[in-house]
Design a protein around this ligand. Sequence first.
Ligand code: GLU
Length: 469
Amino acid sequence: MQSCPIKTRFAPSPTGLMHLGNLRTALFNLLLARGPAGGCFVLRIEDTDRERSSAGAATALMQELRWLGLDWDAGPQCVGPGGPWWQSERAALYAELYPRLEQSREAYPCFCSDRELQYQRETQLAARQPPRYTGICRRLSDAEIRVRLGRGERPTLRFRVPAGRTIVYPDLVRGEQRAVTDEFGDFIIRRADGSAAFLFCNAVDDALMGITHVLRGEDHLANTPRQLLLLEALGLRAPWYGHLPMIVGGDGTPLAKRHGSRSVAALREAGYLPGALLNYLARLGHAYGDIGLQGIKELAYAFDVQRIGRAPARFDPQQLDYWQQQAVTEAPVAMLEVWLDGARVPVEQRQRFVEILRANVRFPNEIQEWAERIYGSLPPPDEPAREILRAAGVEFFETALRLVDEDEGLSLQRLRQATGLRGRSLFLPLRLALTGEPHGPELAELLMLISPQHLRERLCRASKLARAR
Ligand code: GLU
């Protein structure tokens, strides 16, 4: 594992359902690791925030990743070295590192209470200063610290940000970045309850796990220079960081429910296929050119961090549905057959039914509606449909009925010969009579699915409707 030329990771905090933004981050990291150079993709669960994290959310997240085919090479549920993969189980590793920073005085205990910190923040804001830790506990003497610890006070541990430095680093996506340390306050690396704070365990774990590249959301941009300082102080190697542009809705604001965004679980339940989500998300903020629906391997080979845009990526539900249509068209039949569970399609016709219908449906409910149209009962036709049936005339349907009786089925060619009709005047009334719909899959193919008994019933019905005034 240590010899992977590229080692990326997905490091979710299991605090709720996985959404498209998170999934895209996971996907980009996986694609980077699966490129031609080869690499490893690690899953690490960042569950140090005990109140907000849950094992259930972590399990669900792993199920979603597996469903999508985003398998990790190292992480929970994998055998092999390198763990633990849950941050809540890594406390002993962190505990070894704090004393290094305390001894070198790059970290100090901070006794400020939440109330005091709140007051400091409000005072700074009122004075139109950016809120940052004022440094009150920076200057405590060893004696004062001992006294306060002796009183049973439980401090946090803060990293002492060095003054007057400019941190310059190349961001994989955004190019060179600069940050001035005088603008940061000293930040917490260990909470008062002894648990590791995000900036610390996130950076330390990347280094300890040998992560080489981190692609993550732009919302972490301000964390990166702080984490670089921290790793430098610890003598640990920092990964390359790249910050992905935000995903926004049609109105340019961060993606939310009102833009049509749903959790991955909700999309799965609605019938979206893994290939649709992956192909759509791989292109959300990354340019692929015109390569059509691809598998993960192909997407990975064509993935290039230089093709990640810097502008916010706009979520477009129609594009997602376009990829769904592509994925349905190319899916193995067995994957779509499960959509027919509970539908009226006879077992021996399921495969055929899927093959015929797949170009006309995108979701399970649509194929179920077709199953009902073909094998169930038809809703009463609307007025334009009645008009078409009347225009075709009783004679047309009676001729079709006679052919069904003679042939125990209906051939379009025979109907064409018998009626002298062709094109639209032949197909449209027949389609409406048999499916209730003016559009749909090839009529000749649909005819192979409909039993003679059903053909008779529907043609009789159409004949009656054609007679009605
Ligand atoms: N747990 C963090 C998150 O979900 C990880 C951030 C990162 O990728 O570094 O936002």
